[in-house]
Structures are given as C-alpha cells and as structure tokens.
Design a protein around this ligand. Structure first.
Ligand SMILES: [Ca+2]
Ligand SMILES: [Ca+2]
Length: 354
C-alpha cells in the first residue's frame, strides 16, 4: 500500500482521530448540511465542462505488479456519456459555493469536548493532515501509522491550507484542498453536478488512448518533457521541483489530455463517488460499475475509504508513481488533506441532443 497517498494520523493522535471519525459518522447530518437552499450557479450548467462520449474500454491493467495489485485485472467496462469539469475544482469556485451557502467545511469545525471528554484538547481543534518534508526516512520501511511526513495541523483548512496565517489569496486558481468527502458532495449538490464514478474517471483520464500507462501515452517523459505536477527528488526529503512546482500548482499548468481535461495526472488526487475496494476489479460488472457496497477499512473503524484517482504533487517516480492512468487508492472518508481535491461530472444531455 502506498502510504504517501494514504495519509494516516501520527501515532499518538491516530486513535483519537479514528474515534472522532466514527462518532462523527453517526452524528446527525444536521451539523454538516447546507444552511440554506441557495440557487445553483447562474452560469450555464456546462460552463467549464467537456462532453465525454461514452464507450467501452479496458479498465485497470493485467500488467500491474504486486505493489499495485489493486489495479488488476484489466477488465472490459462500458460507460455512458457524461459531462466533466475540465479542471479540478478551484479555490475560486469553492469560494463562490461558500459565499452562496455559508457552508462550513469539516476542517473548520472544532469538536465538542463534551462528545470526547477523554480526547487531548489539541485533537479537538479543526484542522487537516498536511505533508511536511522529513529527512533520514526510507519510505519503503514506513507504513500503517508510521508515516512521519503527515501531520495533523490545527487551523489548516481550505481557506488557510498551510495552517494559521496562510491564505489562498494568491491561489484562487489552485485546486481547492483540505476537504472531506462530505464537503465535496455538498459542493457537487449545490452546483447541480455529482462526483464521477471511478470508471467514468478512468475512462476520461485515458483520453481515448488504449491500454496506455499514462494519460498522454507510453512514456513517462516523452521527449524529456514532464507532463504533470508531481515530485522530483528524494521522497519525502527533497523535491527538486524540476516541473516548476514544489506544491500544488494552478490548474492548467500542464497540457490537457486528448479529451481536453487538465491535471487528470498529478497536482491533486481527485475523489470519486465509489467506495474503495482492493478486490473490486475481480468482480466488477461490465456496464457502468459503481464500486463495492462497502469501503476498504484497514483501520477497522467500521466506516471505510472512498476512491481517489490520479496521483498528486507528492508522487515521486520511485516510491509512488501514482500519476499513471490506472493508479487508484482509498482515502479515509473523514480525512482532509493537502494533496486531495476533486472535480465534478454532470448527466445533462449530450450537446447534439440539446
Ligand atoms: Ca512538482
Ligand atoms: Ca489531478
């Protein structure tokens, strides 16, 4: 399991995060729903989207090695057409949603100490898991709760993604980060859209290319060109930033795929609708798969993980290499972190049918 893309709480905090997560999941949704029922954005519903004509494709790969066994087997999948956001949802777009709804994200909320009387006070503050460089660590020898590059940071949320006193003021065209699955569902509902299924996401990411490892083709760096925002250097110690970025990059900083979609590889992982299942490809139906009934649950929280796809600015070429077309991972459903975002899809009629 690639721990670089599946942040876990630091060991001391881990138990409390899990307990709090479980309790939150059975708390009435009232604390999380939109406070109003505002109208959806006034702009045309498919603005900033592209029509993805459906079809049949091979999802996953028969070439997956043991390290990436969750990507196997390759299997035939049939997808109906849909609209998809051209970019990851940006801070500007999420700001419009919050301005219209006064929605408060999970990471912005302190927890009620009466609900968690035994919890250390620092664990009751709203915040997110943030990546922090560390030296002298062999990531291949880490795993489980031992992922020293992830730190719960009180005060880190979408408005201040590096913690207190940070800002998105100069980052409005960056993908929004530090959100939970519920947060992105709230945005999707407000915008009249939904999250893509994992199958829709991979079909779109491949851009019509057949069985290629990357969303742009066969080579990781065609003609020496870096094709997406990822990590160059020794993870988790040093990112050389050869691609021009050592953090989240503005959307559209790299070429689009053949369907006109930007950053389907790298920049931020993108949440999908489906629960995450390690073995799901072995039993997936062909027609419009929607994922397993329950999510992978390595921490035995009784809840589970949802799918994230595409890799991020933290994926390096050795330890991670998750900016491939078939890469998939689960994210604890109540986790917010600074390398995961999302984009939406829509079931509005095809252009020719309007
Ligand atoms: Ca980079
Ligand atoms: Ca992405």
């Amino acid at each position: 399991m690639d721990s670089a893309v599946n942040p876990k709480p630091a060991s001391n905090a881990k138990a409390w995060i899990i307990i709090i997560a479980v309790v939150l999941m059975v708390t009435p949704f009232g604390i999380l729903v939109l406070r109003n029922s505002p109208a959806a954005p006034a702009s045309p519903a498919t603005t900033g989207m592209v029509w993805i004509k459906g079809g049949e494709f091979t999802m996953g790969s028969d070439k997956a090695d043991e390290k990436h066994a969750e990507e196997a087997p390759g299997h035939a999948v049939l997808i109906k057409g849909f609209w998809m956001d051209v970019t990851e949802v940006t801070n500007a777009q999420f700001q419009a949603f919050v301005d219209a709804t006064q929605y408060v994200t999970d990471a912005e909320k302190d927890l009620d100490p009466r609900q968690f009387p035994q919890a250390p006070p620092e664990m009751l503050k709203g915040g997110s898991l943030l990546f922090k460089k560390v030296s002298g660590v062999n990531p291949f020898q880490c795993g489980g709760a031992n992922l020293p590059w992830w730190n719960f940071t009180a005060g880190a949320n979408w408005r201040q993604p590096e913690g207190a006193k940070s800002s998105i003021k100069e980052r409005m065209n960056h993908p929004v980060i530090c959100l939970t699955y519920k947060d992105v569902q709230a945005y999707a509902k407000w915008s009249g859209k939904r999250l893509p299924t994992e199958a829709e996401w991979e079909f779109a990411a491949r851009g019509g290319l057949k069985d290629k490892p990357y969303t742009w083709g066969d080579e990781e760096r065609p003609n020496g060109k870096i094709m997406c925002n990822h990590w160059q250097g020794k993870f988790p110690e040093r990112d050389n930033g050869v691609d021009g970025f050592t953090y989240v990059a503005p959307v559209k900083s790299f070429p689009a795929n053949a369907f006109g979609l930007y950053d389907m590889a790298g920049n931020v992982w993108e949440m999908c609708e489906d629960w995450y299942g390690l073995e799901y490809y072995k039993v997936s139906p062909k027609d419009g798969p929607i994922g397993p009934a329950i999510g992978y649950d390595p921490e035995k929280t009784g809840y589970g993980q949802h799918v994230i796809r595409g890799g991020s600015w933290l994926c390096d070429e050795g330890y991670c290499l998750r900016y491939r077309a078939t890469s998939r991972q689960g994210l604890d459903t109540l986790t917010s972190t600074n390398h995961v975002g999302f984009r939406c899809v829509s079931d509005l009629p095809a252009p020719s049918a309007k």
